[in-house]
Design a protein around this ligand. Structure first.
Ligand SMILES: [Zn+2]
Length: 154
């Protein structure tokens, strides 16, 4: 279980670096009226927690949520190749490491997580970059607005 202080720190790094926004449907209201993090996102953070548990430290998040405007900038600057990155849906994290061996260790851990995240690393390592991207892109459902929630009425 990720404590509140840790979660704050995660969200600070996870929010879009260009506008500071979080995914429009990150939060929901629970049965008791409390604010909860929606299922898909909480699973992503649990994968990150699992990684941290096994590593013995929390690797630094270098990219989490990206609003579509920010992703467009990255495509125009040739930093990313696609507009519809899983980051745009808030279901991806990039975490940074100091060495190739730590990257490989992280990949081994991520491969063993039950939900089996998608893992990007080989292509980046080939370019000398020691970060790991993991995402739950397979959990994306067509919902890019907070208005599209279950039970909505108008
Ligand atoms: Zn943004």
């Amino acid at each position: 279980m990720i404590d509140e202080k840790r979660m704050k720190d995660i969200l600070r790094r996870y929010k879009c670096p260009h506008c500071g926004k979080l995914p429009p449907d990150l939060y929901d209201i629970g049965d008791d009226g409390e604010t909860i993090i929606n299922y898909e996102f909480s699973v992503l953070f649990r994968v990150y927690e699992r990684l941290a548990d096994e590593l013995g430290y929390w690797p630094i998040i270098t990219s989490g949520y990206r609003c579509l405007d920010h992703q467009k900038e990255l495509v125009m600057n040739k930093i990313s190749s696609t507009y519809w990155s899983v980051h745009v849906f808030g279901l991806a994290l990039d975490v940074d490491f100091n060495s190739v061996s730590e990257v490989k260790r992280a990949v081994e851990i991520l491969r063993k997580v039950d939900i089996r995240p998608r893992i990007g690393w080989k292509r980046y390592l080939d370019k000398g970059k020691t970060f790991v991207h993991f995402d739950l892109g397979f959990l994306i459902i067509p919902r890019y607005s907070p208005k599209l929630h279950e039970g909505a009425e108008w």
